[in-house]
Design a protein around this ligand. Structure first.
Ligand code: ASP
Length: 331
């Protein structure tokens, strides 16, 4: 478990663009008078939660480095994690609910505030791509369960058995005691949330998970909920969450992080403030791991978690590495 305390603060990197320093909220207007006070933008950049973010970022980077869209990058990136049978917290190979069903939650959001989400979706390997179809091909934002599956099949997705032998074995072992116990930084949860800023300076994000392992059948967490698991505002920045989803939903976690950045906080400070809010609103934070990552329009990033051990992957022209998030309490 990683416990390194030193947070590696990212400053402007690989800059290819400039925006006004004054107000993030105005940075769409490049003719603004306040544009005198310029600040470099580090772009493109992609960040994503946990170790599995490294492989996912690679796929996203191929698109970003070729001047592709942030939206395409985040979709392609998290699909890698969804399709990895060895990852037990996302997509194929995800740990099931207490009744043995792998149920998936995902959402995606672009630079125009378009968004799409699926929840409680079964037997479809890449829920993020279904979420994108909801966003692009319907008037809705969120589809769940059987309806979402029917929609996916109509759109050409294929049914896949997501419960791998390994996950089935783990579930059968769990059934011996049947104790529902989220564990800090364990692979019985660990969503991938990904945020990207593309060459044009546009932001998008994606978030996908099989949710808390051995959850109640029908439980949906924060990950497919816009504003909780993910939020993007192209004028300001983007944020996503991982950890105990119920705690994230209670404070509208990712939307809060973006609003705090709008009011002038750095990505790291905004994540820290959201974590403080989680702590304040929960009497018992025993085993309550929650982590946020954020990316602003300048390409600056930050992360913060309740407990140590949370990290995120970051890929730019200058680096490709894991960064340990700062935290409130040692695990
Ligand atoms: N946030 C996810 C959920 O509650 C799980 C996680 O990220 O660890 O479903």
């Amino acid at each position: 478990m990683k416990t390194r305390r030193n947070f590696i603060k990212l400053s402007a990197l690989g800059s290819v663009g400039l925006v006004a320093n004054s107000a993030l909220a105005n940075n769409n207007d490049l003719n603004d008078e306040s544009f005198k006070n310029q600040k470099k933008i580090a772009k493109p950049i992609v960040i994503s939660t946990w170790d599995h973010g490294m492989a996912a970022n690679e796929a996203a980077w191929k698109i970003l480095a070729n001047k592709g869209l942030a939206l395409d990058a985040v979709e392609a990136g998290v699909r890698v994690t969804e399709s990895d049978p060895n990852n037990s917290s996302v997509g194929l190979g995800g740990l099931p609910d207490r009744d043995g069903f792998v149920t998936l939650d995902a959402c995606i959001m672009d630079q125009h505030n378009n968004c799409g989400a699926v929840a409680f979706l079964q037997d479809i390997e890449n829920p993020i791509s279904v979420a994108r179809k909801v966003m692009e091909d319907t008037n809705h934002v969120m589809m769940v369960g059987e309806g979402a599956q029917q929609f996916a099949l109509k759109k050409g997705f294929k049914k896949v058995n997501l419960l791998t032998n390994e996950s089935k074995k783990n579930w059968e072992k769990w059934k011996e005691n049947s104790k529902y116990q989220p564990q800090i930084n364990s692979e019985n949860h660990d969503t991938i949330g990904m945020l990207a800023l593309d060459e044009k300076g546009n932001l998008s994000g994606a978030c996908t998970t099989s949710g808390m392992a051995y959850k109640l059948h029908g439980r949906v967490g924060d990950s497919p909920i816009i504003g909780a698991g993910l939020f993007v505002d192209n004028e300001v920045g983007a944020a996503c969450a991982t950890g105990v989803g119920e705690a994230v939903i209670r404070i509208s976690g990712s939307a809060i992080v973006v609003e705090l950045m709008r009011n002038g906080m750095s990505p790291e400070d905004a994540c820290k403030e959201a974590v403080k809010r989680v702590i304040k609103k929960h009497k018992n934070i025993e085993n309550l791991q929650v982590g946020f990552i954020a990316l602003n329009k300048y390409g600056e990033t930050g992360g913060y978690s309740v407990y140590s051990g949370f990290n995120y992957a970051s890929h730019t022209h200058d680096h490709n590495k894991m960064i340990d998030a700062k935290f409130y309490r040692e695990e």
